[in-house]
Design a protein around this ligand. Sequence first.
Ligand code: ZN
Length: 300
Amino acid sequence: MAISFGYGVLAAFFAITAVFASPVALPDVNTSSTQAHTQRDFMINKNTQYSSLGYTWPNNKVTWCLNADKEADYKTVRDIADKSWKKWKDVIGEKSSLKFAPVDDKELECKKYRGKVDMWEITLNYKMHAGSAHSGYMYQDNRLNFDPRPIYSAMDAVVNFAHEMGHAFGLLHTHQRPDAWPSLLKLNCRNLRDYDSLAKKIGKGKVDDICKTLNRRSAAAEGFSAAELLPYSNYMKDTSKEIVQNGDFDWDSIMLYNSEAGAKDGTLALVKENGSKIGINTEVSKGDGKQIENLYPKGK
Ligand SMILES: [Zn+2]
């Protein structure tokens, strides 16, 4: 969840969004009808030659390390990471070759291994009210900026971390599936916490227009949190194929935002098409697990 938010988050989150926001980097969607109804995918396309998003991890292994100041943080994160991985493992079982492990059982500090081992570098930040991670493996830069406090998104550090792990493995936000808009989802744009400040800057009309036209690209360009909610574009299906979108929409996915994520207190931002609330998913869904099997099949 790159969202959720105090103001401080947005800076960290947009640093990453900026990578996605350039015209070249905006991914298209590869919609395959052949596997409809058996799967619920929304993830990176591992068969693409070039991806602005990310790739699957080499040797099916995600090795993590930690940048932190305090000794206690190493304990905290080890505990959160182990519990989060268990959530995934309980669903995946032995059906996938994916592995997730600390770089060293005792020594978790990143700097010792940097440049020698491919790692997911976790940096703790107690001011973010969020986490932000790339989707999939990037050759140069695999980071998670993570606030371990249970005070945002799912209100649970383990669930929040499990969501970020989903990104690292290569999953995208379920609600950003292009085919879910406008038939299944709706965004109450004016309820977003940064709506008022952006409206002041560029005018209400312009902000409303971004939401009305589901213009994720403009939202990202304006540094607007709606960029984490609005759908990816699918208007150039036949060019690059960076994203896979298959099957039914997965309402149980841990990669789906709840209605209060990013919303002003007491309001709902992302809602079902009929206006009803989307609750918090605290577990990895079967559909999430299936995607991991597809990305990291057993025996490969
Ligand atoms: Zn997320």
